[in-house]
Design a protein around this ligand. Structure first.
Ligand code: SF4
Length: 244
């Protein structure tokens, strides 16, 4: 049965690759042995990362662990962004989220409310999710690379990203999403540790820790500024839908 599931997963990835004309990253060793991990939640799967001790717990313990991470963030002063924040913005959504959305950093509205993606970009993101269809409260967990607002909405610096990104890895490990959806260049560079352009990074199925499918798209604020990006985002959303 496990072999059959693995073959089905490979066929799905190949179908997606052919349909969208993308490079689907399947490690060569997996192609040779058919040992490709399925992109679905599975308790038999290998741990997501070095925080693996966090993700074998019961839902109650995972919930408590996530609350602890968010509590730690609320007191964090590991980088200069702590100086100017009104609130930390740890993340919001379901512990059982199928999709884990990552933006770059909180803006003014998020800083004020302590919740990610609540301004115009957030409203727009909600519309995107509804088209495939995903409910933000039930199906999605949303957070940012940096949990505190950079002054004047500048991009978080490399040092600030490095200080903060450990929280993100803990959140991913605890939520165990089926797919990670990364919005914008800053977030994509931080999570994939690359300097490649968004054009190069989009339309590829990347792998978080060689396991969880990860897609890159434009940030909603960029699409609000440039409507010509709507079509590529629609294509990205169809790709995301196929992975669920
Ligand atoms: S941005 Fe992250 S590392 Fe910096 S103070 Fe806020 S929570 Fe801490």
């Amino acid at each position: 049965m496990k072999k059959l599931i693995q073959k089905l997963a490979i066929n799905l990835l190949r179908h997606t690759s052919q349909r969208y004309g993308v490079i689907t990253k399947i490690p060569s060793s997996q192609q040779e042995t058919d040992e490709v991990p399925t992109p679905t939640r599975n308790e038999d799967n290998a741990p997501a990362n070095d925080n693996s001790a966090l993700n074998n717990d019961t839902p109650e313990l995972r919930k408590t662990s996530l609350q602890r991470v968010h509590e730690t963030i609320s007191h964090c002063r590991k980088c200069p962004l702590a100086e100017h924040r009104k609130n930390t913005v740890p993340g919001h959504g379901s512990l059982d989220a199928r999709v884990f959305v990552i933006g770059e950093a909180p803006g003014m509205a998020e800083d004020k409310e302590g919740v990610p993606f609540v301004g115009a970009s957030g409203q727009y993101l909600n519309k995107w999710l509804a088209t495939i269809p995903l409910n933000r409260e039930r199906d999605v967990f949303i957070t940012n690379i940096a949990k505190c607002r950079p002054p004047q909405n500048r991009n978080p610096s490399a040092t600030e990203v490095q200080a903060c990104i450990g929280y993100l890895h803990e959140q991913i490990t605890l939520v165990q999403p089926d797919v990670i959806f990364v919005l914008g260049r800053v977030a994509a560079h931080a999570i994939l540790d690359t300097g490649a352009s968004l054009r190069e990074l989009r339309t590829h199925i990347h792998r978080y820790n060689d396991r969880i499918p990860l897609l890159v798209s434009y940030h909603p604020s960029a699409v609000l500024r440039d409507p010509s990006l709507r079509r590529p985002v629609w294509n990205d959303l169809q790709m995301l839908k196929e992975l669920l």
